[in-house]
Ligand binder design. Structure first.
Ligand code: ADP
Length: 395
């Protein structure tokens, strides 16, 4: 024997057989044997059970745990396709391949529609091993997809729970910290009033730092509380005249607008369903920021507009201010994220985080388009579904 011959012999004897549990619905013994032989001669190591009626099939299904069901179409007291309903009832996903004598195209298509995976004619059994391989592969893919979907759903639930926990924590922490902090602030103020100028210069400085720190912490905690309260205090949905909301916001900001000499233009804004206070808060934060982050070298122009597409209203607040570097376009929406020292521009970095939370809770999105030195456009969407009846949302 040549070296090559020995090698071939070893390969064929070690070739792995595929274990296959077959549940065969067949009343003809010769056909059963032919079917099983065609599998055994094509690399399958078959364990089989043969049944002819529903009761035996149901019993074997539970006891045998088959990888595949091979069913004859017509039996004396039953029909192979009925097995699909049984498996459905048992909550089992086992591929069923019809192995039948002549089966018209129309019937075959109908069977596939009703849940058969494939069909093979008895005089074309050579196709059976490949049909089984494909059916098992499809089942494996289906199960992987199902598993992935289940994982995703589980993760979404976990995320929801951990978000709720975090919100609860932020709320409780900021709420409960207020009381002791009020005491610290009150007593440092008392210290300042009573002892300022009565001790030495260092003492004055230290008292000053302490009361300044306490006041800053109070503002931060109030901001955090405001952030965690978004949506918590209940959203009051009603018809909002955005033009009227805009007028009120501009009124609130009137001294800052006058001081900055800003030219603010607002296009026709829609009437929509939503929470009026929250919408006003978004406009106020965005316009307030446009005023705060203006350029010294040119007069500030702010334009507010809204347009509707099939899915949503899209609001835009554009300024010609200092702009934002590309690497910060996303993180400015995170709580307490700021790009400048407080001495340069006042603020705590909560405004945009609140806008994002409000918008996302309403099912919308918010983002910014900007370039340093060339102004910014803050865009947020409100889905029509959350705006109420589309016909109610007209400009
Ligand atoms: P704050 O205004 O208190 O700093 P915000 O959350 O409103 O907090 O904004 C976060 C950061 O985003 C700001 O510190 C600023 O750096 C940047 N920013 C926001 N709006 C603008 C704007 N219109 N132009 C330039 N930068 C902006």
């Amino acid at each position: 024997m040549t070296v090559t011959g020995v090698k071939l012999q070893v390969e064929s004897s070690t070739k792995l057989k595929i274990q296959l549990r077959v549940l065969l619905i067949e009343d003809n013994q010769l056909d059963s044997e032919l079917i099983l032989r065609s599998l055994r001669s094509n690399g399958y190591e078959v364990a089989s059970v043969v049944v002819q009626d529903e009761a035996a099939f149901t019993k074997a299904l539970r006891a045998h745990n088959p990888d595949v069901v091979l069913a004859d179409y017509n039996l004396p007291t039953w029909k192979g396709m009925e097995a699909v309903a049984v498996m459905h009832r048992e909550g089992l996903d086992v591929p069923l391949i019809l192995v039948s004598g002549a089966l018209g195209d129309v019937t075959a298509v109908e069977c596939i529609k009703r849940g058969a995976t494939d069909y093979v004619l008895k005089d074309g059994l050579a196709r059976l091993p490949e049909a089984i391989r494909r059916a098992l592969e499809e089942k494996a893919t289906r199960q992987l997809r199902l598993e992935a979907e289940r994982n995703l759903a589980r993760k979404a639930t976990e995320l929801e729970r951990s978000n709720a926990d975090l919100e609860q924590f932020a709320y409780v922490a900021s709420h409960d910290l207020q009381e002791p902090l009020r005491m610290v602030t009150a007593y440092t103020q008392l210290l300042a009033e009573r002892y300022q100028g009565k001790l030495d210069a260092d003492a004055d400085k230290f008292i000053g730092y302490a009361s300044e720190g306490a006041q800053r912490m109070q503002v931060l905690i109030q901001d955090l509380l405001a952030f965690s309260r978004v949506g918590r205090d209940g959203v009051v949905r009603r018809e909002i005249e955005c033009n009227a909301v805009m007028l009120e916001v501009l009124q609130t900001l009137s001294s800052a607008i006058q001081e900055s000499g800003a030219a603010i233009t607002a296009g026709a804004l829609p009437t929509l369903w939503g929470d009026r206070t929250q919408l006003a808060q978004i406009f106020q934060n965005l316009i307030g920021n446009a005023i705060k982050f203006r350029q010294e070298k040119e007069p500030l122009i702010v334009a507010i507009s809204a347009e509707k597409n099939d899915l949503e209203w899209r609001f835009k607040v554009t300024d010609n201010g200092i702009g934002i570097a590309p690497e910060h376009l996303e993180n400015i929406f995170i709580v307490f994220q700021r790009l400048h020292a407080r001495t340069e521009y006042p603020g705590n970095g909560i405004g945009l985080a609140i806008c994002k939370k409000i918008v996302e809770r309403a099912g919308g999105k918010i983002w910014v388009e900007s370039a340093v030195g060339h102004g910014s456009s803050f865009i947020f969407t409100m889905p029509l579904a959350s705006c109420g009846a589309p016909e109610a949302a007209q400009p």
